[in-house]
Design a binder for this molecule. Structure first.
Ligand code: PLP
Length: 407
């Protein structure tokens, strides 16, 4: 079932380039992934043979564009186990998807005195929108704590999910700790008090096989660019009955059914949430990315990343790095945050860059989590389908060099 990452690597033209005159070792896929030829060619094909606006014209070219765009929607639905493509709203990415919920469902359903629950490990994209909502409505934003092992304190759930909880919004996989969260257990507790559940799957969708029904998610968000697709595209999944009830997001063309001088009625879902000309080629490219990952098989993707992560954790421990998050591979994905005594992560990432290694250093858009970990920043290596154990070896050698600089 598994694949050879050095063969997969050949699908990605970027690896024909060098970094600092050396073999490119790209270990920042949690930030954004590289793009395979299959996706790049699909986008090119769209512009060369199918380009027209969608849904609006009856001529053949527009029908082709519409078929390509709606085909991508069907692929994005299938990818997360959604039975209906009507549940799939195309957005610019996870951040926009979460903000759609803030400006539509949450504005109608969250009032003063209500509570929104997130977790201590959320990306700012799943924090700031709720801070802003709380400021506007008088609702309270609460944060489910994590333990020292980087896992959610499920034992505290009863205290944090109350009759006042209206929304629980949490990531399926952390972009800092790699923790895979027990979303279903949280969703069951949320639903027991009538709250809705939004799942931030920005990190999970590229790396894990999951099903919105098994998670019992009411809403779920993911981004194309982290899963081999282009930037500027993403998905908001919503249960059909919730999307039907929700007011529109942006106003403009496409999202209407009938318009008078002073009022309008709304298009059916999901088009009610897609005002204006969408990011057509990007959505088509995202569909191609889904098909590319499906061909590899998401179970094989996960298996490959578990192997690489195990190897990286072992090698990092071997050079005395502090590793944040669980060591239990069944509970974590291929995002490894670490620090080395006496080396600032920014210095480390500058030094490893000299060896052609791309890692991220900083707060990873999760400043409250950094405070919880007691550090201003970490270095982060994140793995994907095109990474090999050789990449990990180059990383470790380069990181060891950074130690030498400050000895
Ligand atoms: N949520 C998580 C867990 C992420 O890692 C990211 C991006 O790093 C986001 C949300 C935001 O995704 P985007 O920038 O694609 O909107």
């Amino acid at each position: 079932m598994s694949f050879d990452p050095s063969v997969v690597r050949k699908d990605f033209p970027i690896f024909e380039t060098e970094a600092r005159g050396k073999r490119l070792v790209y270990l920042d896929s949690a930030n954004t992934s590289q793009k395979p030829r299959q996706v790049l060619e699909r986008i090119q094909l769209f512009y060369e043979t199918e380009n027209a606006n969608v849904h609006r014209a009856v001529y053949e070219l527009s029908e082709k564009a519409t078929a390509a765009y709606e085909g991508a929607r069907a692929a994005c639905a299938r990818f997360i186990g959604s039975e209906s493509a009507r549940s799939i709203v195309f957005t610019r990415g996870t951040t926009e998807s979460i903000n759609v919920i803030r400006f539509t469902w949450a504005r109608e359903n969250v009032r003063e005195g209500d509570e929104v629950l997130i977790t201590e490990m959320e990306h700012h994209s799943n924090l700031i929108p709720w801070q802003l909502l709380a400021g506007e409505t008088g609702a309270t934003l609460r944060h489910l704590p994590i333990g020292d092992d980087g896992r959610l304190r499920l034992d505290l759930l009863e205290d944090y999910i109350t009759d006042r909880t209206k929304l629980v919004s949490l990531s399926l996989m952390s972009n800092v700790l790699g923790t895979i969260n027990p979303v279903r257990a949280v969703a069951d507790a949320a639903h027991a008090v009538g709250a809705k559940v939004l799942v931030d799957a920005a990190q999970a969708a590229p790396h894990l096989s999951f099903d919105v029904n098994d998670l019992d998610a009411d809403f779920l968000a993911y981004s194309s660019h982290k899963m081999c697709g282009p930037t500027g595209a993403g998905v908001l999944y919503g249960r059909e009955e919730l999307l039907e009830e929700m007011p529109p997001f942006h106003g403009g063309g496409e999202m209407i059914r009938e318009v008078w001088a002073d009022r309008a009625t709304w298009n059916e879902i999901p088009y009610k949430f897609e005002a204006g000309t969408p990011n057509l080629a990007q959505a088509v490219g995202m569909g191609a990315a889904v098909e590319y990952l499906e061909t590899l098989g998401m179970d094989a993707v996960r298996e490959h990343e578990m192997e690489l992560t195990a190897y990286a954790l072992e090698r990092l421990a071997g050079i005395g790095a502090t590793i944040y998050g669980s060591r239990d591979l069944s509970q974590r994905g291929g995002v490894v945050s670490f620090n080395l005594d006496g080396v600032h992560p920014h210095d480390m990432s500058t030094i490893v860059d000299q060896e052609g290694v791309c890692i991220r250093a900083g707060h990873h858009c999760a400043q409250p989590l950094m405070r919880r970990l007691g550090v201003p920043a970490t270095a982060r290596a994140s793995f994907y389908i095109y990474n090999t154990t050789e990449d990990v070896d180059v990383l470790i050698d380069a990181v060891e060099k950074s130690k030498g600089w400050f000895a």
